[in-house]
Design a protein around this ligand. Structure first.
Ligand SMILES: [Zn+2]
Length: 448
């Protein structure tokens, strides 16, 4: 039993798991150790203060109608009651946190980040991968994790260390142990690419270290997938296409059978697979293979988006990365006309919306500044998404896409107390999410 999972389970599930784990004949030595450690937690939870949050209004993660005058009671890691304050039973000695004028909402769930990368206009990607030491990159990751949390990101899916080994798994452990502040992390480790497809590349006689792990064919993909899982990957990331066409265009990398192999191995371990895919063919192969989320999807057409919608496969459109690349290439937004890549992206995003593809909030942050995650939401609205849908995407929808919707993504009794408070009304103006005044994760206040 994964201890992290136990920690973030709803109380009733934890009780059930607890009973099962305490049946001695079922316990291995390792599980016994975990059970002992967990046994210490209720005492910690009791020692922690009960907190009553009093915002001006609450966005619950779903309803377009804000709840005026609601209060939220937090006990230990969890929300114990929500509603009009007059209807709540408030324990004596509860700490009252007044949040006048602020909107309280679920902590944001970032769907596509790289904590081990920093903006490419500071240092090109290739130089980060080849020239920056693991120590430097990890130190940067520590700073990025804190910046993300302070920006209201309480859960973050990191989609590959890009040459920094399994440093994401170390960052996750350090956050869980309370060594450094940061969001709850969903990590993928090195990620998987097809031999010959990925960068860095140079003179053909040299073997350059790659930004991800190469693997091909049935046996190799089975071994590498299992190895990454064994080292701590929560999801498996695979690059279903890449810019390795004869003229530098994106072309599929893995065959559908290869993708299916990775999905089969990952899913039998209880994990899902996420694919980088920009071409219609790579998206199609990924969906047919059983992949859960498609990253980028720039070249998607109506048929592939319809297929995604039919199968319930989500799209992380990474609009922020698209605009960042264009700006690093010299585009002056608001001065110059949109470059072809931005025009194309707006068009494909519109098609995906029209086809009803589940939309994941995920900007590929790392390509641009950590802590600027909300830029992606502003672009989603700018490109045609309803503001309320963008808000849902960053809360309840991402919780559902990532299988966390029994404990995260809503302001609801029994859910984890991952909550933020912002100035203004984000259902009217999504940029209100930039004015984060309070961040709570698991009942602990990190920013106020
Ligand atoms: Zn990415």
């Amino acid at each position: 039993m994964n201890l992290t999972l136990v920690r973030i389970m709803a109380p009733k599930n934890r009780l059930l798991i607890g009973i099962l784990l305490f049946i001695p004949c079922f316990l291995s030595g390792w599980e016994l150790l975990e059970a002992q450690e967990r046994g210490a937690r209720p005492a910690q939870a009791q020692a922690r203060e009960t907190i009553l949050l009093r915002p001006a209004r609450v966005f619950d993660g779903q309803s377009a109608q804000l709840h005026e005058g609601w209060a939220v009671l937090v006990e230990g890691d969890f929300i114990s009651a929500v509603g009009p304050e007059s209807g709540l039973t408030i324990p004596r000695g509860a700490q009252v946190v007044d949040l006048p004028g602020l909107t309280l909402l679920p902590g944001l769930i970032e769907g596509h980040a790289h904590l081990l990368l920093h903006p490419y206009d500071e240092t090109p990607w290739t130089d980060q991968v080849l020239l920056e030491s693991l120590g430097e990159r990890t130190a940067r990751g520590v700073v990025h994790a804190e910046r993300s949390l302070m920006a209201g990101i309480t859960t973050l899916r990191d989609l590959g260390t890009e040459g920094a080994g399994f440093a994401d798994i170390g960052l996750k452990a350090a956050i869980e142990k309370g060594v450094i502040p940061g969001p709850r992390l969903i990590v993928t480790g090195k990620a998987i690419v097809a031999t010959g497809s990925y960068n860095p590349k140079g003179a053909p006689e040299w073997d350059f270290p790659k930004g991800a792990e190469e693997a091909d064919g049935y046996d190799d993909l089975v071994r590498v997938t299992r190895d990454q899982i064994g080292r701590g990957a929560d999801w498996v990331k695979i690059y279903a296409d890449y810019r390795w066409g004869p003229d530098g265009t994106a072309q599929p990398t893995f065959t559908e059978a290869e993708l299916r192999t990775v999905v089969e191995v990952a899913e039998s371990s209880g994990r899902w697979v996420v694919a980088h895919a920009t071409t219609p063919e790579a998206i199609r192969r990924s969906v047919e293979a059983g992949i859960k989320t498609i990253e980028h999807g720039d070249g998607g057409d109506r048929a592939t988006f319809r297929l995604m919608a039919d199968r319930g496969v989500a799209l992380c459109p990474t609009l922020g990365a698209g605009e960042a690349y264009a700006m690093y290439g010299g585009w002056r937004k608001g001065v110059d006309p949109d470059p072809a890549r931005v025009v194309g992206k707006k068009e494909s995003f519109r098609l995906a919306l029209e086809e009803g593809v589940p939309m994941c909030f995920g900007g590929d942050v790392g390509v641009f500044d950590h802590g600027d995650n909300v830029w992606e939401l502003e672009l989603m609205v700018d490109y045609g998404m309803a503001t309320i849908d963008a808000l849902r995407s960053a809360t309840s929808v991402n919780a559902r896409i990532f299988g966390l919707d029994d404990r995260l993504g809503e302001v609801r009794e029994g859910y984890l107390a991952d909550l933020i408070a912002v100035e203004g009304d984000p259902t009217e103006d999504i940029s209100a999410l930039r004015q984060v005044r309070m961040v709570m994760k698991g009942g602990q206040i990190y920013k106020r």
